[in-house]
Design a protein around this ligand. Structure first.
Ligand SMILES: NC(=O)c1ccc[n+]([C@@H]2O[C@H](COP(=O)([O-])OP(=O)(O)OC[C@H]3O[C@@H](n4cnc5c(N)ncnc54)[C@H](OP(=O)(O)O)[C@@H]3O)[C@@H](O)[C@H]2O)c1
Length: 249
């Protein structure tokens, strides 16, 4: 299957790096597409219409607001569409692309290192062949989770927004370590290794977060004091606010 990338921005680049294949790509800002081709091989094409003629399936990796305009640029030669546009529902995709088969997926940036999480909107009217191709493609760069379309925004907040949240938490921990007197490189190494290790431990323990916390928290001990400080600072409320902010659009 020849994939055509519409957009060579952050997510298209992360996906293309994860797949590692030469790309066929068009971007409104040509140097961005050229940089991707310089890195991975393949070809920059001059328009979305040409991309549609040459690709079997188009991957929509532009901003969500560009839906209608990009569909007009693509024209009638499009054979299949995979959308990763945040917040753009299947009905809107079908509206923009007429009778063309569409699949809706929302990936997360760790696809770049083969460890993404991609939410797939279940679609009873999907073209079975395109759906199978799309899911197989994203399974090459991580986990694919099937969801009812009504759950996609909540899932997106937990999966595709989360790398930014976890990066923020990591940065805050490193900064705190530096303020307390640890060199930044050592603080960074400790934090990164622990995020990966704790994720693996939680998965091994069936996501029993309480059990993992109790493994570390002796009564009256230092972790108990640290957790208490985090609770007082409102860490749970902050994540709840973040969820509400995402789903409210
Ligand atoms: N980043 C994430 O973590 C993430 C996660 C899940 C889903 N998504 C979705 O992925 C999509 C892309 O996000 P992003 O973060 O990669 O954005 P981005 O870095 O801004 O990339 C979008 C690219 O598309 C280009 N573009 C705009 N109009 C175009 C057109 N008509 N034809 C071809 N290219 C065009 C943009 O060029 P200009 O800048 O010149 O306009 C830009 O290079 C969004 O719909 C977003 O909701 C992103």
């Amino acid at each position: 299957m020849q994939l055509g990338l519409i957009g060579a921005g952050n997510m298209a680049t992360a996906l293309a790096r994860g797949w590692g294949d030469p790309v066929l790509v068009h971007d409104a800002y040509r140097p961005r597409a050229e940089a991707l081709v310089a890195e991975l091989g393949g070809e920059v094409v001059d328009s979305n219409a040409e991309l549609a003629q040459r690709a079997d399936v188009l991957l929509l990796a532009h901003k969500p607001a560009g839906l209608e305009r990009v569909a007009r640029e693509v024209g009638s030669d499009v054979k299949g569409v995979i959308s990763i546009l945040g917040g753009v529902r299947l009905a809107a995709l079908r509206g923009a692309y007429g009778g063309t088969p569409v699949v809706r997926l929302i990936p997360s940036v760790p696809v770049e290192v083969g460890q993404g999480v991609t939410c797939h909107a279940i679609d009873p009217d999907a073209d079975a062949e395109l759906q199978a191709q799309a899911v197989a493609l994203f399974e090459r760069v991580g986990l694919v989770v099937d969801l009812d379309e009504g759950q996609m925004e909540i899932a997106m907040a937990l999966a595709s927004c989360a790398p930014a949240y976890i990066a923020l938490v990591a940065e805050a921990q490193v900064d705190a370590g530096v303020r307390a007197g640890l060199p930044a490189d050592i603080a960074s190494e400790l934090v990164a290794a622990n995020i990966g290790g704790t994720a693996a431990l939680l998965q091994a323990r069936g996501m029993d977060t309480l059990a993992v916390r109790r493994m570390v928290t002796s009564p009256g001990g230092s972790t108990a004091r640290g957790l208490s400080a985090l609770e007082h600072a409102g860490v749970r409320a902050a994540f709840d606010d973040a969820m509400q902010a995402v789903v409210a659009g």
